[in-house]
Design a binder for this molecule. Structure first.
Ligand SMILES: [Zn+2]
Length: 468
């Protein structure tokens, strides 16, 4: 049987400062090596000071993934030499003196399949290596330590996945969950990175590193399963090793024989004392946790009768569910949920578009009202939404500037109806016995008015004309 496990590194991007010093946690868009201090580059004599907020955020993640939280936290040094690690050791967590990492033995359901979480640990991100040069011969490696010391949470699953599709689904769910918990913005480049362990029946465990996106994670696992199968089929032994994902060639290549835990010479980090939680710390954090995605979904369905599929899409997207929360009341919830999921999500489908959008919750409230009161049709509402996102102008201005208001003038609609009746003789005959066909004729009138005819008036006038 194919077994796949994941090690996911999630940066706590919503924090102000790094894990052990006061440098900015947001290292992005800065000159290389401008976001560093003696502590995060490990100068002799510097000492780490643990970021309390990082521990709190990590506890929240552990609780959301149904993990046990330990009574005490301990930190360890993981020793290895590599240019991206200025101290020559990474401060991380380990469970050799009992459970001392931030989370243990959790679980999460992914499409009716239970995925077990083995452990969650807090650790620091290393620096970043940038490779430059045109050929193998003059390849140079540049080091940027701006990222060194950024707070990370590593989530390790049991090998409970059977295929790449399950992995992708899990990563999407986890990403929504982290965003909903307000601990991270997983859409930032490099904020969420997954390594995968893959073994098929009869092979040793192979670790794949260097995977840069969820899409590539799916591809890398698929490639690795196929590679291992072809070796096993030919009676060739699949050795335990670490392989790198080559995102240009879309293959995995052998990196080095996997180091064992012993090679890292772990020992207790003596510069950070053991942390014992005060009695009510965890209870307090639990009480202040943001509402979970599943509870939001339930509420949307039971309180507002929003269809389950719409509630599902809306609740799992933090950006849009926040908009919904601010825009809706009891009376318009369904209409606003509809507007967001059918029209707005398509317009704001990337991070950049969301950042540039000028839309505010009041726009949605106004738009829902205009639809219900027949000031504007659904078709025109779509156009209005596009213009609002671009300019942020009030709805009333947009309706008059772009002439989007409903045509409610009966004489004007009657003119169109007469045209349609003379063009659609067969449908008109059918409509006399089949009420469904009337809707077809309403559609025809709509086309003539570019979607602006008041649908209720149009329907009534058509019925009067045809059925008498
Ligand atoms: Zn620093």
């Amino acid at each position: 049987m194919t077994k796949i496990g994941l090690e996911i590194h999630c940066q706590l991007t919503n924090l102000e400062s790094k894990l052990f010093c006061s440098c900015k946690a947001n290292y992005r868009d800065k000159e290389p090596n401008a976001n560093i201090c003696p502590t995060c580059i490990g100068l002799p004599g510097s000492l780490p000071r643990l970021n309390r907020k990082a521990v709190e955020k990590a506890i929240i993640i552990a609780m959301a993934l149904n993990c046990q939280t330990p009574k005490k936290l301990a930190f360890f040094r993981k020793n290895y030499f590599y240019p991206d690690l200025p101290k020559n050791f990474q401060i991380t967590q380990l469970n050799v003196y009992g459970p001392t990492s931030i989370g243990l033995d959790g679980k999460i359901n992914v499409a009716d399949k239970e995925i077990r979480i083995r452990r969650i640990q807090i650790e620091e991100d290393p620096g970043r290596l940038i490779y430059e040069g045109i050929s193998e011969k003059n390849l140079i490696t540049l080091v940027d330590y701006n990222r060194a010391g950024t707070p990370l949470v590593e989530i390790v699953t049991e090998p409970d996945f059977e295929n790449e599709k399950q992995v992708r689904l899990f990563l999407n769910i986890l990403s929504d969950l982290l965003e909903n918990l307000e601990v991270a913005d997983p859409s930032l480049d490099g904020a969420m990175r997954a390594d995968a362990n893959v073994s098929i029946e009869g092979s040793e465990k192979v670790e794949i590193k260097n995977i840069n996106s969820f899409h590539d994670c799916e591809k890398a696992i698929h490639f690795e399963i196929t590679r291992q199968k072809s070796l096993v089929d030919r009676g060739i032994n699949v050795p335990q090793e670490t392989r790198h994902w080559d995102d240009k060639r879309k293959i995995t290549t052998s990196a080095r024989s996997k180091e064992s835990e012993l090679d890292y010479r772990y020992f207790l980090e003596g510069d950070i004392p053991w942390i014992i939680f005060e009695k009510d710390t965890i209870a307090k954090l639990k009480n202040n946790m943001p509402e979970s995605i599943s509870s939001k979904k339930e509420r949307y369905i039971s309180k507002y009768a929003i269809p389950p599929q719409v509630a599902d899409v809306l609740s799992s997207d933090k950006f849009h569910s926040d908009l919904f929360e601010q825009a809706h009341d009891e009376s318009n919830a369904k209409e606003i949920a509809n507007l967001i999921t059918t029209d707005l999500m398509g317009l704001l489908d990337t991070r950049e578009k969301r950042e540039q959008s000028k839309l505010n919750p009041k726009h949605l409230t106004d738009l829902a009202k205009a639809i219900v009161e027949n000031v504007i049709t659904r078709t025109s509402a779509k156009t209005a939404l596009q213009e609002i996102v671009k300019s942020g102008k009030p709805l009333s201005d947009i309706i008059s500037t772009f002439d989007l208001g409903n045509v409610s003038d009966e004489s004007e609609i009657l003119k169109m109806i007469d045209e349609v009746i003379s063009e659609e003789k067969q449908a008109v005959e059918e409509a006399k016995t089949n009420p469904q066909t009337i809707n077809f004729l309403v559609g025809k009138v709509m086309q003539k008015t570019k979607g602006k005819a008041n649908p209720v008036i149009t329907l009534n006038l058509l019925k009067e004309k045809i059925l008498g």
